[in-house]
Design a binder for this molecule. Structure first.
Ligand SMILES: Nc1nc2c(ncn2[C@@H]2O[C@H](COP(=O)(O)OP(=O)(O)O)[C@@H](O)[C@H]2O)c(=O)[nH]1
Ligand SMILES: [Mg+2]
Length: 230
């Protein structure tokens, strides 16, 4: 779980996650990556880690969501690695849609708010429109055929995660596109899993500044590819 200045939502989300995981048959760990939050995020997570062996705090210098996810993946131990936003806009019980498919051994399963069977609850129209516009650009420039590259809930088989994230360079919001681009390039199929997604307030995305940054990052993916970096 990448978390940046998440003192308002991280403890509730972590409590829901650990409660849910305690009811499961498989073993698990929860890694929260805080890269330089200026609020109480790290303190809250460390307190929870002291109480629960499954919870771990990783601290890094500030870099952005992509940077944080990379640190988390590299610090993990599981056979399957699941990225999860701190706002838990996908209710944690939906995790079973991913774990139920582990026997298929597919390399990458990504949460999708756009494929048949998915639902978005309470999302303001302007945010949905922004997302669709960005996705259209992403499909044109970088990864064709994926309806929702930006959903914060994604699952990777361990070997695939290590392979793909070791090549990931983009520190910000555009990292999802880069990761999926690298995955495709290496021949890993990407499967979209329809999820229920509940819009949460206090988004860290700044609509104008981040849209421009993300567009630049998507172009950077193409450029990196031309330069043979993947
Ligand atoms: N560690 C870390 N996490 C970040 C950073 N920026 C965003 N995040 C996390 O990325 C996740 C998604 O953020 P959110 O505000 O829910 O984005 P939205 O759902 O697209 O509006 C949350 O878990 C954030 O804490 C960052 O710079 N560092
Ligand atoms: Mg969110």
């Amino acid at each position: 779980m990448p978390a940046f200045n998440e003192e308002r939502r991280v403890s509730d989300s972590l409590a829901k996650i650990t409660e849910y995981l305690a009811t499961r048959q498989y073993s698990s760990e929860v890694i929260v990556v805080d890269d330089g939050s200026t609020d109480r995020t790290a303190l809250i997570v460390q307190d929870m880690a002291d109480e629960d062996d499954r919870v771990h705090l990783v601290q890094a210098v500030h870099g952005g969501k992509g940077h944080a996810c990379k640190q988390g993946v590299l610090a993990s131990h599981g056979d399957w690695i699941f990225l999860c936003d701190a706002d838990l806009s996908m209710p944690i019980a939906e995790l079973s849609k991913f774990t139920d498919r582990f026997n298929d051994n597919q390399p990458i399963l990504i949460g999708s708010r756009e494929v048949v069977g998915a639902s978005r609850i309470d999302e303001p129209d302007h945010r949905h429109l922004m997302g669709r516009g960005f996705n259209w650009l992403v499909r044109s420039i970088a990864v064709k055929g994926i309806e929702d590259t930006q959903c914060g809930f994604k699952c990777f088989r361990r070997d695939v995660a290590l392979n793909v994230f070791s090549l990931q360079t983009i520190p910000g919001w555009g990292f999802d596109v880069e990761v999926l681009f690298i995955a495709r390039k290496h021949g890993y199929p990407v499967i979209e899993i329809p999820i229920t997604w509940q819009y949460q307030e206090h988004s860290k995305v700044r609509p104008v500044v981040d849209a421009v940054k993300m567009l630049r990052e998507v172009c950077q993916v193409r450029l990196n590819d031309w330069r043979g970096r993947y």
